[in-house]
Each structure stands twice: as C-alpha cells, then as structure tokens.
Ligand binder design. Structure first.
Ligand code: HEM
Length: 456
C-alpha cells in the first residue's frame, strides 16, 4: 500500500499527482498573510492602548478584519494546502491539478485582501464593493475546496477511515461559515456600517475557527499522530464520541449567537465541547508511553512532538476558558475578572492551531520535500516564544493588574516573532540545497523507493 511517506520520497515526475507540491503556494501565501494582515496587525494594534491612544471605531474594524485574515488566511490557507496534499494520499487516489488548487487559492486570497481593506479603509466610497467581492470569493473558495476535497474523499478503493469523517464535518462547517459571512456582509452593506455585531461575529468565528479549521486538524491528527509519535492505536469509539460532543457543542454555540438564545444554552454548549476536547485527547492516547523508541528518520527535528502535545493542552485550556467566560455571562461574580484581547479565542487560535501547524510542518514538510529539517535551535526558540505568548495572553487577558496592556503587547510581539522565525524555517526547507543535503545524508542509509505505475 502507498503511504503518505513513501509517496513523498518519490522521484519528482511532474506528471504524477503524487509528485505535486501544490501545498507550496498555499503555505507561502499563508505566511505572507500572517506577516502582513494577521499577526503584525494584531500585535501593532495592541501598542495603541499601551500608549494611551484610543482608536475608536478603528479598533473593532481592524481587529475584526485581523480575525478574518488569521482564520481564513493564516490558518485556512495552511490547512487547505496540507489538505490538498494529504487527502488524495489518504484515499490513495489521484486528484486533478493544478487548476482546482489555483482556483481555491486565488479566490481565498482575493476574499481575505478585499475583506481587510473593505472594513478598514473608510475614506473612499469603495467599501461596499470590496466587501461584496470578499464574501463572494470566500463562498467560492470554501465551496470549491469542499467540492474538490469531498470528491476526492468519495474516490479510491481503500476503506473509509474515522479521520475522513472529521474532514467531512470540517467541510460542512466551511460551507456554514461561508453562509454566515454572506449574511454578515449583506447586513453590513444594508446598514452602511463597517462594524459587525458581536453576536453574528461570534457565530462566524465559532463555525470557522472550531468548525472548519479545528475539525480538519482533528481528522489529520487522528490519521498521522499515532504513527508520528509511535503511540498505541487510538480508541476509535471514544474518538467518535468526541466528534459528536465537539460538533454538538459548536452547533449550540453558533445557534445561540445567531438566534440570540439564552446564556444557559451557550454554557451547556461550551461544556459539551470541552468534554469533547478531553475525550479526543484521551482517544488519541496522546500522553501515553510510546510503543517503541521510534524509527530512524534522517535528521528530523525530534521535539516536534512537544509542539503537538502542548497544542492539545492549550486546546483544553481554551475550552475551559470559554466555559469560565460563559459562567460569567450568567453569574458575573464567577466569571473572569477581565476579558481583554479575546484570550479564549487566542488560546485556541494561537495555542492550539498555530502551535499545531508549526509542529506538524516541522515533521511533514521535510518529509514531503525530501529535505533536511532546519536547525533545531530555531525551532526550540519558537517553542519557547510562542508558549510564552499564549501564557501572557491568558494572564493579561483574564487577570486585572497594572501591566495588562504591557503583557498583551509583549504577547503579540512574541507571537509575531515566532511566526517570522517559522517563516525562516519554511524557507530553509523549501530551498533546493536542503533536498540536496537530504539526498547526500540518506544516500547510503535509506533505499529510495521508485514508484511503479500501479502505486499511483
Ligand atoms: C501574535 C498574535 C496575535 C495578536 C497580537 C492578536 C491580536 C488580536 C487583538 C488585539 C484582537 C482584538 C481583541 C478584542 O477585541 O479585545 C484580536 C482578535 C481576534 N483574533 Fe487575534 N491576534 C493574534 C493571533 C491570532 C491568531 C493566530 C488567530 C487565529 C488563528 C487570531 C484570531 C482572532 C480572532 C478570530 C479575533 C476576534 C476578531 C473579532 O472580534 O471579530 N488571532 N486579535
């Protein structure tokens, strides 16, 4: 059987689907958005309150467009790129290229850029047109991604796995997110405002960040983490339980926001979701002892495992923070003393999703590229910076003390630094000299598998 890894060590025949590196433009675009509209905007804006400057309406317009850029640009493009590469391999069946990937990528990029400027540049009379283009392109991008990946999942002769169910659910949430975005932009244009109301915005964030992105990550993780970390087989019944809990929880949160339902329902939804996070982690046996010390893999960055383990820890913390916040909606005396800089969203977006992306990439990209991993010391620095960033975000966002804004600005700076360093790591892996070094390193150690016609 063809596995993800033996296909990726294949010879680079440009006519073979298995030799395509369609993830490259997605990853480069994702990093580009992160370093221009995403992390940098988020970090810069945190310095204004620290300097005692009030941004007025520019605060919500910039933070809301930052949120869209981070979810659909940074996380969305990265996950889509990896999805286009991995899903055909999971099904062991070819996928058309390159036009589906190019279409999805262009639609998403136009959507993200027009949304950012449609919401933030208010001095010219072009906002409505930009916002209309943005929502149409987002629907096209998410819709066609769901279609292409959905068709790929239906193909192939191998038995469908539990991981695929997570991916199908993620695609469905992608469509819901596109629908919510259409509704939001319709309302914005109708009201002549650039600020999205908190409730419907909350629904979009939940459907996209948890529904679309996180479910996709859960699916890919279920497929690869047990073998990457050499763990015992996952408990699949428990895993299905977590799928149900997490998605019932997400649906309840979305419905509560869209229909203005009681805070009690929100609290119940958050609790069910957190139970789902816990059961997912237990089902993966993420923190159990390894089956064996692991196979020899040329020059791999060994501590990628820490990234994966810590990211799931932050996911659980994120779920509990949401529960705490929801308790505060009903009984204010028991809620967090302050709620600054959206700590719960960032523990998930930065702590879970971003750390997961970095950890998985440090393991997957050298394998896809047949290249040596970058310097471990750079990755170690990222590990420390990004975890400090998440920790500062939680402390400064939930506890009332004098240096709150300093803590948040420092958290933003460390987060942005981490992602810039990660950009360097990706650049190093993509360089042709890294594949040359890999060939040199493995020449006498690993026999190179040449794919036969049937292995496609
Ligand atoms: C260094 C990294 C980051 C910084 C400095 C940052 C900064 C900010 C700030 C200041 C806000 C406004 C919070 C408020 O209204 O009180 C915000 C909101 C938000 N951020 Fe980030 N952020 C970062 C990373 C991320 C990441 C990685 C994601 C997701 C993958 C993300 C998603 C969001 C979302 C969804 C919102 C809510 C936007 C809205 O209200 O519509 N952020 N961020």
């Amino acid at each position: 059987m063809c596995t993800i890894s033996n296909l990726d060590h294949s010879v680079n025949n440009p006519n073979l689907w298995s030799a395509q590196r369609t993830y490259r433009p997605f990853i480069i675009s994702s990093l580009f958005v992160a370093l221009t509209l995403g992390f940098t905007t988020g970090a810069a804006i945190l310095f204004f309150p620290l300097l005692g400057l009030n941004l007025g309406n520019a605060w919500p317009t910039h933070t809301q467009s930052h949120g869209t850029a981070q979810i659909f640009g940074w996380a969305g493009l990265f996950v889509m790129g990896i999805g286009f590469h991995v899903v055909p391999r999971i099904r062991n069946n070819p996928m058309s290229f390159p036009w589906p990937q190019r279409f999805v990528l262009s639609s998403m990029l136009i959507a993200i850029v027009t949304r950012f400027f449609g919401q933030t540049i208010t001095s010219y009379d072009i906002n409505d047109s930009l916002l209309a283009v943005s929502t149409a392109c987002l629907a096209l991008g998410l819709g066609s991604f769901a279609l292409f990946i959905g068709i790929t999942l239906l193909k192939g002769k191998t038995r469908h796995s539990s991981a695929e169910l997570w991916i199908v659910v993620s695609l469905a949430w992608g469509i819901v997110a596109a629908g919510l975005d259409l509704m939001i932009i319709y309302r914005l244009i109708g009201s002549g405002s650039e600020i999205i109301s908190t409730q419907i915005n909350g629904a979009l964030i939940e459907a996209s960040l948890l529904g679309f992105i996180s479910n996709f990550i859960f699916g890919i993780s279920l497929r690869v983490i047990p073998s990457f970390l050499n763990l015992p087989s996952p408990k699949l019944n428990l895993n299905r339980c977590s799928l149900v809990c997490i998605n019932i929880g997400i649906a309840m949160v979305v419905l509560t926001h869209t229909n203005d339902l009681s805070d009690w329902l929100l609290l119940v939804g958050e609790v069910i979701k957190s139970v789902g996070f816990l059961t997912y982690i237990l089902s993966l046996r993420l923190y159990s002892r390894k089956k064996s010390p692991g196979k020899y893999i040329a020059n791999i960055y060994g501590r990628f495992e820490w990234f994966l383990q810590v990211s799931f820890f932050w996911l659980l913390v994120g779920g509990l923070l949401e529960v705490w916040k929801s308790i505060g909606n009903t009984y204010s005396q028991f809620g967090p003393p302050v709620d600054l800089g959206a700590p719960a969203i960032h523990v998930v977006g930065l702590g879970f999703i971003t750390i997961m992306i970095i950890g998985m990439s440090s393991r997957m990209l050298p394998m896809f590229e047949a290249a040596v991993s970058p310097k471990g010391s750079l990755m170690d620095t990222i590990l420390v910076f990004i975890n400090l960033s998440v920790l500062l975000r939680i402390i400064s966002g939930t506890i009332n003390f004098d240096l709150t804004w300093t803590g948040l600005a420092l958290s933003g700076t460390l987060g942005t630094l981490s992602i810039s360093l990660f950009g360097l790591v990706v650049w190093a892996v993509f360089r042709s000299s890294s594949s040359e070094k890999y060939v040199e390193l493995t020449r006498y150690k690993t026999p190179l598998k040449i794919p036969t016609k049937n292995s496609n």
